[in-house]
Design a protein around this ligand. Structure first.
Ligand SMILES: [Zn+2]
Length: 300
């Protein structure tokens, strides 16, 4: 038996304090955990320090910001699950997004992002505002977005592809239990796997000698993550795009239909109702964004 803790800090919002924009990572590790999770913990400590400075300088976000440092992630995401179970009513109606970080730097090649589709645009916009430590192939300074786009993979619309969230980190209870859209980002090598994962060799020496001696990749992830957080905490209209959600659902449906449509049809099971519902969602999302784009900010 052991006792573990969640450590929660918050900045109260100035206009909508009952809306929570949340960010978190875990603090427990299998062994020394210099990459998983301490690269992410260092990133979160730095980001929360920067936000603390903004508050001391007189800034306040529109919505409340909540920083979460979870215990016992490795044993089945116990800390984050307990938190979400205990506060599920409150969080399900008030949490806007939960931005997760687990492994912040496992390489220096490009950013890897996974996300709920509602947040794709916000992720792309944030990476356009941050300089990447990697120079372009012709030696020019470039943004995280440009490095990411060049190294791929890309979508058919020529933007960096953002993958679906898995279920193996602290975003899982937020996404799967209470439907709060989430993201996860980190710097990776040419492959997403890193060989020292969860081993006794995940030490500070490994990170400070080989992975990121200047810690500039850690700082880059902190800037991107901080900017995604700021965009949700401070924008007048939340930077979510429902059209991306409808599109992703349609893509998943089309692949399901290709694989199983014929077999289900032979059993007398039709997918028409589901397809209609997806089309309704697609046109509602279009209408919603056309309406929002037509609004004018009439504040003095
Ligand atoms: Zn982890």
């Amino acid at each position: 038996m052991a006792t573990t803790y969640n450590v929660i800090g918050s900045i109260r919002g100035a206009v909508e304090p009952d809306k929570y924009v949340m960010a978190g990572n875990h603090h427990d590790a299998w062994v020394f955990g210099a990459i998983d999770p301490s690269s992410a913990t260092a990133t979160m400590m730095e980001m929360s320090r920067a936000y603390g400075k903004l508050v001391r300088d007189g800034w306040r976000p529109r919505r409340s910001i909540v920083f979460c440092s979870w215990g016992a992630e490795e044993y089945g995401m116990i800390g984050s699950n307990e938190f979400v179970e205990e506060l599920s009513k409150n969080l399900a109606t008030r949490a806007i997004v939960y931005l997760n970080l687990d492994v912040s730097v496992a390489g220096t090649y490009k950013i890897l992002a996974r996300s709920s589709p509602l947040l794709f645009k916000a992720m792309h916009e944030a990476t356009k505002k941050v300089i990447d430590p990697n120079r372009s192939s012709d030696g020019k300074v470039q943004t995280v977005y440009e490095n990411w786009l060049q190294k791929g993979p890309k979508t058919s619309e020529d933007v960096p592809l953002i993958g679906d969230l898995g279920a193996s980190s602290d975003h899982a209870p937020f996404v799967n239990r209470i439907g709060v859209p989430s993201t996860s980002i980190g710097y990776i090598g040419e492959s997403a796997a890193f060989p020292m994962y969860h081993s006794v060799y995940e030490t500070f020496h490994l990170v400070s000698t080989y992975y990121d001696p200047t810690f500039e990749y850690h700082a880059t992830v902190a800037r991107v993550w901080g900017e995604v957080l700021r965009s949700f905490a401070d924008s007048l209209v939340l930077p979510m795009d429902c059209r991306d959600y409808a599109k992703r659902i349609d893509e998943l449906f089309q692949s399901f239909k290709t694989d199983y449509g014929e077999k289900l049809g032979a059993e007398g099971i039709s997918l028409d109702i589901l397809e209609d519902a997806i089309q309704n969602m697609t046109s509602s999302a279009e209408y919603f964004h056309t309406t929002i784009d037509g609004l004018k900010d009439t504040r003095e």
